[in-house]
Design a protein around this ligand. Structure first.
Ligand SMILES: *[C@@H]1O[C@H](CO)[C@@H](O)[C@H](O)[C@H]1NC(C)=O
Ligand SMILES: *[C@@H]1O[C@H](CO)[C@@H](O)[C@H](O)[C@H]1NC(C)=O
Ligand SMILES: *[C@@H]1O[C@H](CO)[C@@H](O)[C@H](O)[C@H]1NC(C)=O
Ligand SMILES: *[C@@H]1O[C@H](CO)[C@@H](O)[C@H](O)[C@H]1NC(C)=O
Ligand SMILES: *[C@@H]1O[C@H](CO)[C@@H](O)[C@H](O)[C@H]1NC(C)=O
Ligand SMILES: *[C@@H]1O[C@H](CO)[C@@H](O)[C@H](O)[C@H]1NC(C)=O
Ligand SMILES: *[C@@H]1O[C@H](CO)[C@@H](O)[C@H](O)[C@H]1NC(C)=O
Ligand SMILES: *[C@@H]1O[C@H](CO)[C@@H](O)[C@H](O)[C@H]1NC(C)=O
Ligand SMILES: *[C@@H]1O[C@H](CO)[C@@H](O)[C@H](O)[C@H]1NC(C)=O
Ligand SMILES: *[C@@H]1O[C@H](CO)[C@@H](O)[C@H](O)[C@H]1NC(C)=O
Length: 486
């Protein structure tokens, strides 16, 4: 009696412990072993393209499989032999730890996750003479050994989904995977969705504002700040088989003659952020080429590109994090949910305005519109947010004068100021209410320039263009333009 009760207690948790992954890991092409689900794909793919295909179960950061021990090797060997000819070669998640170091060194190989980090690989079944100097590794079931092969070979592969990596499936992950098609490559990694459309090429300024595939997310050209991020974008580039892909990195000082410094991570909205991770490819950088792309030669990958050359580009999308504005060049974009249930406020940028041009400078603007769903409690209407950026140039001045007036000479001596239409304008870096700004202007002998219409923006083109992007926010902590003397 007591004995059978004890057995029941032991058995019932084991029955109830079937995980989601176990429950879903069914079919002749998959097998659950240890704490992972393995899925065999009998589709010929290069190693990089194979990596991107591990999306059978969202939320598990699927990756090419890791041969951690003899049991896993045996389980996957069984999966291959029951599913297809046991002579098939299968890509594994093994990659060199340092691609510049000797590929023939057994200690230079590790199992990679989806995000470019890796775990060490021990007790690997290399036959004599392996690894050879190739950059990826296959498993060969016919002799139960692993061999190195070049990345570009098209072979079958096994994806692995681990219980330990399980995370809630986000809307962004679903949308990201949903974007994937024969012409769109995606990679959802560390809550970021990377997207590459190999057949779409753009010059820098157009690419910079083209990352709009996922509404409600912060989209911009990809930023690469670490070796892991480089690994992710290199995977996309190589899988797409394109020579160069653009990133969101630019040299903002267009007078600079030093190609090694002054590189900034750029977005259409935020102030540029200085970056020092610059793994130049052989024979790069080139002076006066002010944007960056990824080319072959990983981990020496960065190539300098001209602004006006069209290349494919990698976008990255992430959740919008509301930030507080403190200086003239800071930005805020918000998606908020509050008040009544199912109340959502989404912010969407309007299309860019026509390009207002004067004297070789062009500027265009757009407005962040808030869309409040019907079941929101009525709250204060969000204040509009405007954004400006440079656009087409090379428009002739309609009129110009070389006469120097007192105001003009004073204005020219003032840093950050701009003389136009008989007025001297400058950006004031102050925080406060509109009344504070107005008071400040009066103390400077001027008045607050009250409108950000296209005309004024056009007049102030060169002033705005001292910054790669100026965002003006009509809330507290605003950027103010002060007009002294007319
Ligand atoms: C996995 O199984 C659970 C039930 O155990 C189910 O709710 C879920 O939708 C399945 N997920 C996938 C990706 O099939
Ligand atoms: C994994 O597969 C191996 C080889 O088939 C087997 O011996 C082992 O029992 C399996 N382990 C689990 C936990 O399923
Ligand atoms: C990679 O290997 C190269 C060649 O041996 C070496 O110069 C470089 O320092 C190594 N990089 C790292 C990060 O260890
Ligand atoms: C990369 O992914 C692995 C497995 O998902 C995780 O353990 C690791 O923390 C991740 N690394 C980074 C830097 O996010
Ligand atoms: C590696 O192989 C050795 C000898 O074959 C064995 O003693 C050891 O347990 C293995 N280690 C792992 C992690 O499988
Ligand atoms: C994914 O795409 C399908 C078909 O286009 C669509 O019905 C579905 O709503 C999409 N899912 C998400 C999360 O966007
Ligand atoms: C831009 O580069 C030029 C040439 O190197 C240099 O003289 C100038 O000071 C730089 N401007 C800024 C704002 O760094
Ligand atoms: C929003 O409206 C609901 C229902 O009218 C009410 O219960 C809730 O307290 C309101 N929330 C706020 C933040 O005003
Ligand atoms: C606001 O959202 C609703 C529902 O999602 C949509 O039908 C409408 O077109 C949106 N309006 C604007 C201006 O985006
Ligand atoms: C604006 O003023 C703040 C506070 O004095 C300062 O930290 C910041 O660097 C200034 N920004 C610019 C662009 O001058």
């Amino acid at each position: 009696m007591l004995f059978s009760l004890v057995i029941l207690l032991f058995i019932s948790p084991a029955v109830a412990a079937l995980t989601d992954l176990q429950a879903n890991c069914t079919g002749p092409d998959r097998r659950y072993n240890g704490t992972s689900c393995y899925v065999l794909l009998k589709i010929f793919k290069t190693h990089n393209a194979a990596k991107l295909s591990c999306n059978h179960y969202l939320g598990y950061s699927g990756h090419l499989y890791h041969i951690r021990n003899a049991a896993i090797q045996a389980a996957t060997s069984l999966l291959i032999s029951t599913y297809s000819a046991s002579t098939d070669w299968i890509w594994t998640g093994l990659e060199p730890i340092n691609s510049s170091a000797a590929l023939t060194d057994k200690n230079n190989w590790a199992h990679y996750f989806r995000n470019g980090t890796f775990v060490s690989a021990t007790n690997l079944s290399w036959p004599t003479g392996q690894p050879a100097a190739n950059n990826r590794v296959i498993y060969r079931p016919s002799d139960d050994k692993i061999y190195s092969k070049p990345e570009g070979t098209a072979l079958f592969h096994i994806c692995e989904y681990e219980e330990a990596l399980k995370l809630p499936v986000t809307d962004l992950e679903k949308k990201c995977v949903n974007l994937t098609s024969s012409s769109v490559l995606t990679s959802f990694v560390n809550d970021v969705c990377y997207v590459l459309q190999p057949a779409v090429t753009k010059i820098y300024n157009d690419a910079k504002v083209a990352c709009n595939a996922l509404n409600g997310y912060d989209g911009h050209l990809a930023h690469v700040r670490t070796m892991e991020e480089l690994w992710i974008v290199e995977t996309l580039r190589a899988a797409a088989n394109v020579a160069i892909v653009r990133l969101g990195i630019g040299q903002t000082n267009t007078s600079s003659t030093d190609p090694y410094t002054g590189w900034y991570l750029t977005t259409p909205t935020n102030p540029p952020e200085l970056t020092t991770f610059l793994p130049w490819a052989t024979s790069y950088p080139t002076a006066s080429m002010r944007t960056i792309g990824v080319t072959s030669g990983y981990p020496k990958s960065f190539a300098t590109l001209g602004f006006n050359a069209a290349y494919p580009f990698i976008c990255q999308y992430e959740s919008i994090t509301p930030t507080t504005t403190t200086t003239t060049t800071t930005t805020t974009t918000t998606t908020t949910a509050n008040a009544g249930e199912d109340c959502t406020v989404t912010s969407v940028w309007t299309d860019w305005s026509a390009c207002s041009q004067s004297c070789d400078k062009g500027i265009r603007s757009r407005v962040l519109m808030s869309n409040t769903s019907s079941n929101c409690n009525s709250t204060s209407t969000p204040t509009p947010t405007y954004q400006y950026e440079s656009c087409a140039t090379e428009v002739q001045c309609k009129s110009s004068s070389t006469k120097i007036t007192t105001l003009k000479s004073e204005c020219m001596g003032k840093t950050g100021s701009h003389f136009a239409y008989s007025s001297c304008y400058f950006l004031a870096n102050i925080s406060g209410t509109q009344a504070d700004a107005s008071d400040y202007c009066v103390t400077q002998g001027g008045q607050l320039a009250s409108l950000f219409g296209e005309d004024l923006v056009s007049q102030l083109g060169s002033l705005f263009l001292q910054f790669s992007s100026v965002q003006v926010i009509f809330t507290f902590n605003r950027a103010d333009i002060i007009d002294i003397g007319v």
